[in-house]
Design a protein around this ligand. Structure first.
Ligand SMILES: Cc1ncc(COP(=O)(O)O)c(C=O)c1O
Length: 342
């Protein structure tokens, strides 16, 4: 029983088969192949407008390169205190931007609180060379706490960002899980709500290693191609990354997989609630956080369950994180629930 992360699971068979099928003959390198060119049309159809799309192989690179496109070295990037960019990317955004400053903002369920964001922005002194200057706001969809921003919430943050001359970036490492929950269109959740650039994740939801940076306005692309090359993310054998993205978004595979992952968490939550376990957040996607007595946590581990502690033990209880994926076996949910009830 492994609930540590969705990226502990493997690759969707459809994607692996597509990589295998792409493994014939010779094709132009560095993204000049027909499969990579096709992505522009496929993503433009998906997002209902002409987009620019750039495959990369990690979510960290997608985020850092996106942020660097909008933030100068003296720029400020506003992000949630728990966001991946803030705490889990080893300073990649600062590195790729050549020194922009990440400014953390609070908010429940790892969602940026617009009031706290406004306060943080107001603290900067615009036009004063002693202060970093507002450049980008980044939000994670779905968040690191398994929550989603509604379309209206994205709009609110976008208005705020734009009101201060900033761009809006969305870290969509789990964009599919958010969309599967909200059941709106990809367009409604992004550019129509004011998102300028999206890190479109696929790896966590079944790809081998493929993410796409999607710009909704070609004007915004600026020098992205040079940054991607300089940052080591223009792969020579790009066809194998592109074919993953193509297969992922074709025939609704990405949404089916995300729906399954979300449904497994919902099942887990229903069982845990029935067993009287304290759920610390109302999960909307494929991650749930629960507070359990330390003895129970130890017993679950002894029984073979794997998961991360998410907060330090307090008053004899620990908050743990449970994540389900597109490939989590159904039985793992029932096995975990029986362990809890033992
Ligand atoms: C919200 C979020 N963004 C970005 C990433 C980065 O992805 P990668 O590990 O591919 O760099 C992760 C990975 O855990 C994540 O959870």
């Amino acid at each position: 029983v492994n609930f540590t992360s969705d990226n502990t699971y493997g690759v969707a068979p459809e994607i692996l088969a597509a990589i295998n099928a792409a493994n014939t003959g010779t094709v132009p390198s560095y993204g000049r192949d027909s499969g990579t060119h096709r992505l522009k049309e496929l993503f433009s159809r998906l997002f209902e407008r002409d987009v620019a799309v750039f495959p990369v192989i990690s979510g960290t690179a997608a985020n850092a390169l996106s942020l660097a496109t909008f933030a100068p070295p003296h720029g400020a990037i506003f992000c949630h205190a728990e966001s991946h960019s803030m705490v889990d990317e080893c300073g990649a955004p600062e590195f790729y931007t050549h020194g922009a400053k990440l400014i953390e903002v609070g908010g429940a369920n790892a969602k940026l609180d617009p009031i706290l964001l406004e306060t943080a922005i107001a603290r900067l002194r615009k036009g004063d060379s002693h202060s970093v200057q507002p450049a980008v706001v980044t939000i994670t969809q779905a968040t690191e706490r398994g929550a989603v921003y509604t379309v209206q919430e994205v709009q609110t943050i976008s208005r705020l960002a734009k009101g201060h001359g900033m761009a809006l970036h969305m870290d969509g490492a789990r964009f599919a899980n958010a969309l599967a929950h909200l059941k709106c269109t990809p367009a409604d959740l992004t550019w129509r709500a004011g998102v300028d650039v999206l890190s479109f994740g696929a790896t966590k939801n079944g790809a081998l290693g493929a993410e796409a940076v999607v710009f909704f306005d070609p004007e915004c692309v600026k020098d992205f191609e040079y940054r991607r090359m300089k940052g080591g993310h223009l792969l020579s054998k790009m066809r194998f990354v592109s074919v993953q993205l193509e297969t992922y978004i074709s025939n609704g595979l990405w949404l089916r997989q995300a729906e399954r992952a979300n449904a497994l968490t919902a099942k887990l939550v229903a069982g845990l609630s029935a067993a009287g376990v304290e759920i610390t957040n109302q999960p909307q996607t494929n991650a749930v956080f629960v507070r359990l007595p330390d003895e129970t946590v130890a017993r679950l581990r002894k029984g073979g369950a794997q998961f991360y502690d998410w907060e330090d033990s307090k008053d004899g209880k620990t908050v743990i994180r449970l994540v389900t994926s597109f490939a989590t076996p159904d039985e793992d949910v029932s096995r975990f629930l029986s362990l809890v009830k033992e």
